[in-house]
Design a protein. Structure first.
Length: 527
């Protein structure tokens, strides 16, 4: 071995960096190896044109705000290493194609007032729903950022109380089921289920209803936050933390092989022949569908179950724009009430639901009836030059479009961005050639190519259905961040508990590793 460390993290995505940072803080010598020329994985901020900075993938932070890593500043990211959050009062807004607008605010009262424009009965229901959510939300957060409890224990524990059973019921039903139980007006229903669908789960899919509670948490408990300067500021702070504690982060290093001695992983080898030894463990974001490539000699049942992990029903396609002037939206009042997340929606719930049917059958709806927008420069002026704007637009799309193979997306590279621009014109007033300085587009295939964790363009790593959560994420075999039959290797990634993207799940991996090493994680986290 050319060099030895206590711990090696393969990949510098935010999950791996978080685990590495905790272990470095615990006094371990840590090496992080990243194949790209920059750290961050899906949590990076790039320059689209001079002075225009966009978040390539992960952008708005919510679940991670409840993580003790951020909530209690366990790694000093906020107090020492430059991470700063902006919390807009308007959380998310729905702009319907008839010009009406519904906005959820951090204030329950202001949210109720906005809903009352459409239905006074739904406004009162929302107040009651919020009261229930405040009561249940702490139960949802318990155990979210520590190693996952077995599914049987989760179900048994929730079944012991009325509130627990209510939470369990929400986990088993669909998002549309829950929203429809509480609200009657179809625009109010759409306002909530569309945001929930950004977990890449259709509104009517069972086992997704807990998103209704998470949505209320986003609005009124944690809020939705924007990292000042870009989502990549989280990555920058984590790198600073690792290095502050003596760790090393190297980019442009592609790991091609895990070195083993029998059943134990002892180090890694790069594509240039460099080898690094790991005394205590190697951390890696190996997607369950790729497990066989690295550990083909383990129990066949473990591998088979890993390969059966279900990806999301559909993927997404993104476009990012550098604009000469901020985007204008039909129905916008011009006040300060535009949400951090902006949903463009039809006026009919049936139209929205039929779009999800099209994705299921591998087609793009024609026209595309919904989009999700952000214009971060509205809230963070550092993202664009004075007078300009950084604008992003996302909609959903099938991975294997028209069942003609994923590579068909390359043939459509000059087609679908134009279609998205055309179909969004019923809402957007100035997204045109005169206003666009530069743009970049990502298809579902581009998403898959950008990260080994984004199998089939699933940016959440694996579908967040109930049967693939908690102690079943991604499978019961792998849920404890280790691979059965293998020693010294630990899993990180969006496909691990608690899942669904930017959660800070690497904290739980670090806790598991310290448990195996005989280190008091609570002491390290609290010191």
């Amino acid at each position: 071995m050319s060099q030895n460390y206590d711990v090696i993290a393969v990949g510098a995505g935010h999950h791996g960096l978080i685990a590495a940072a905790y272990l470095a803080k615990a006094g371990k010598s840590v090496l992080v190896l990243e194949r790209n020329d920059h750290p961050g994985g899906g949590c990076v901020t790039m320059e689209l044109a001079p002075g225009y900075r966009y978040d390539e993938h992960s952008t708005i932070h919510q679940v991670i705000l409840s993580n003790p890593m951020i909530k209690n500043d366990e790694l000093g990211l906020l107090s020492q290493f430059g991470l700063e959050y902006i919390f807009p009062e308007a959380v998310f807004s729905s702009y319907f194609d008839d010009g009406s607008v519904l906005t959820s605010y951090r204030s329950v009262d202001k949210s109720v007032e906005s809903i009352a424009q459409f239905s006074k009965a739904d406004a009162e229901s929302y107040r009651r729903f919020s009261e229930m959510a405040f009561k249940l939300f702490p139960m949802l957060g318990e155990g979210m950022f520590t190693p996952a409890a077995p599914m049987a224990d989760v179900v048994a524990g929730l079944s012991q109380s009325r509130d627990g059973n209510e939470l369990l019921m929400m986990m088993l039903k669909s998002g549309l089921d829950i929203v429809s139980e509480w609200f009657a007006h179809e625009k109010v229903r759409m306002h909530f289920v569309k945001l929930m669908s950004e977990n890449l789960q259709a509104p009517y899919e069972k086992g997704t209803g807990i998103g209704a509670l998470a949505m209320l948490g986003a609005a009124h408990v944690t809020g939705l936050a924007l990292p000042k300067g870009g989502s990549g500021k989280l990555t920058e702070a984590l790198v600073k933390c690792v290095e502050h504690h003596g760790g090393v982060v190297l980019t442009g290093k592609t790991v091609t092989r895990l070195l083993r001695s029998g059943d134990r992983v002892t180090g890694v080898e790069t594509d240039t022949g460099e080898s690094y030894g790991a005394n205590d463990g190697v951390i890696g974001a190996i997607h369950p569908h790729h497990l066989r490539r690295y550990f083909g000699d383990i129990n066949e049942g473990v591998l088979h179950r890993a390969e059966r992990v279900q990806m999301a029903t559909y993927s997404a396609m993104y476009s990012h724009f550098a604009l000469r002037e901020p985007i204008k939206i039909r129905g916008d009042s011009g006040d300060e009430g535009r949400g951090l997340i902006i949903e463009l929606l039809p006026s009919s719930l049936e139209t929205l639901q039929r779009a999800f049917d099209e994705y299921r059958y591998a087609r793009l709806p024609d026209p595309i009836p919904h989009y999700s927008l952000t214009q971060h420069s509205d809230h963070d002026p550092s993202r664009a030059p004075a007078g300009g704007a950084i604008f992003s637009m996302m909609t959903f799309a099938p991975y294997d479009i028209r069942h003609e193979g994923k590579d068909n997306w390359d043939d459509l590279r000059n087609v679908w961005p134009k279609k998205a621009l055309k179909d969004s014109q019923k809402w957007l007033l100035n997204l045109d050639r005169d206003n666009i300085i530069a743009s970049i587009d990502y298809s579902p295939l581009d998403l898959e190519r950008s990260s080994p964790s984004f199998v089939r363009g699933d940016i959440h790593g694996a579908a967040p259905f109930f049967y693939q959560m908690n102690g079943h994420r991604p499978t019961p075999d792998l849920a404890q961040y280790t691979v059965p039959g293998i020693e010294g290797f630990y899993l990180v990634g969006p496909f691990m508990h608690p899942g669904s993207g930017l959660t800070g799940a690497g904290r739980a991996t670090a806790a598991k590793m310290m448990q195996d090493m005989g280190i008091d994680f609570a002491k390290v986290a609290g010191s």
